[in-house]
Design a protein around this ligand. Sequence first.
Ligand code: FAD
Length: 528
Amino acid sequence: MSDLDKLKSASISKRFHQTWANTFRCKPDRYVQPSTIDEIQAVVRQAQKQKRTVMLTGSGHSPSDMTMTSDWVMNLDKFKQAVSFKPHHSGKFTDVTVEAGIRIFQLNEILAKRGLAIQNLGSISDQSIAGIISTGTHGASAYHGLVSQQIVNLTIMIASGELITCSPTENPILFRAAMLSLGKLGIIVYATIRTVPSYTIHSCQEVITFDQLFKLWPTLWTSSEFVRVWWFPYTRKCILWRANKSNKPLSPPRPSWYGTWVGRKFYEALLWFAVNLYPAATPGIEKWVFNQQYGKTVTYENGGSEAVQGSVDGLNMDCLFSQFVNEWGMPLSSGLDVLEQLESAINKAALNDEFYVHAPIEVRCSNTTSSGSLTDDVEDIIDPNTSDISQKGAIPGNNLKPLLDITPELSYTANQDEITNDNLTLYINATMYRPFGFNSPVGKWYRIFEDIVYAVGGKPHWAKNFIGTLDVEPTYDGQMQGLKPTMDEWYGENLQTWKSLRRKYDPDGVFLSGKEWAVRNGLVDEDE
Ligand SMILES: Cc1cc2nc3c(=O)[nH]c(=O)nc-3n(C[C@H](O)[C@H](O)[C@H](O)COP(=O)(O)OP(=O)(O)OC[C@H]3O[C@@H](n4cnc5c(N)ncnc54)[C@H](O)[C@@H]3O)c2cc1C
């Protein structure tokens, strides 16, 4: 079969490509879903020959317009097999190589059948493995880095159709570029992920006040392996969720009010009312919904409400409705100052009827400090005397920071018992729902939010709805303006290295689809 025939057979009649939240939508000229490496190669060669560009997309869960294009879209949903399982002699981990279109929930299922699990997850498992790697997806743990820290090696198809493998020891610079490449470097076709024996998650959920959060802050983040704080500004309360690996029998979490059809639709209807008819009702609605959802959750003083869940159910969460999300990473040491400023801005805005925010505002952390070690020899970090569940944190697949990692440079400690707040990145995620698909106004809130987090050295999560540092007159509310003015200052030499690798492996710009997005964010020069 010729390349052209393979291109035709991989093409499907999908007219539109949109984000999961339907925040952005485009009409690509061609939509391809190859199912073999041969087909992927043929598409790339045809794109090169026909001077077309290829936009890669996984599950479309990046909330921003980063995957929008009018040219070709390639989606690897049909390229999703597990290729090999390589158990380590210690029995402590297994390296699993997969085709990179596999969704995380599909991988979770394959692993569960073999008694294995992913070590750390974000809030959902809908994404493709290539997608979570490419945007720097993270979870909520002082003992884990980005989800991509579990990656042992990657195979990239570059614009010529050639395959290049990279790892901490083989092409390490390419590996650092590819671990957060935003689809602009080449196609991640295979990924090897370090998995561990299955575990359950023993969690405790408590209602705490905003003031208690401040008191607990110095020791909160390292008090359990996984910690999430959901802040509900108008109630001045937070949900504190803490969890550790366990081998306890399953016991379900308390029922969720908005987990029911009626609760969910009712909440969405209330938000619709506030967004479209009466914004000043938002604080009252948020307080009422908080009571329905968490009213009976036990408080910090009473010991919280406990659950034991499988690792996926425990680490994932219900993200409710279509939404805008604007998440920035910053040093955790600046957290209390930032939260105080955000609270004051939110209250002032409500008082002046300027804008209202939705809840929860998610507050999480990760440990992305890295030894920078090139070795893939893990013998020294596996303690044969430690049981799998008492080993807090990752058996990392790599110890390298992606070149475009948004998290601050902080001091690294090899000893898990010595991790403190000074080693941690704080992520604050400002969610604004789109009830029944109606946009909430976000522009004023996101501008103030970004000014506050930018001032403490924050940088935005690549996949999300940041407005950015480029000061142009917005043509619509919440328009993503771009990061161009600050990119050199933020990423310095790492950005130059990433750009030169991008040009080296894709000299004709096959992966420069959505170029406007890449230019306004300073990743690509206008004349490239
Ligand atoms: C409800 C919800 C919850 C979320 N929770 C979290 C969270 O807890 N933590 C967090 O950090 N993020 C979170 N995210 C963001 C999400 O994890 C990322 O946006 C992720 O990249 C989405 O993966 P995807 O497969 O949908 O990729 P897409 O959104 O389709 O694409 C993302 C990027 O990957 C590139 N890409 C896709 N496939 C390939 C490939 N094969 N090779 C090279 N590049 C490729 C694309 O070009 C694009 O640049 C959440 C998003 C949503 C909507």
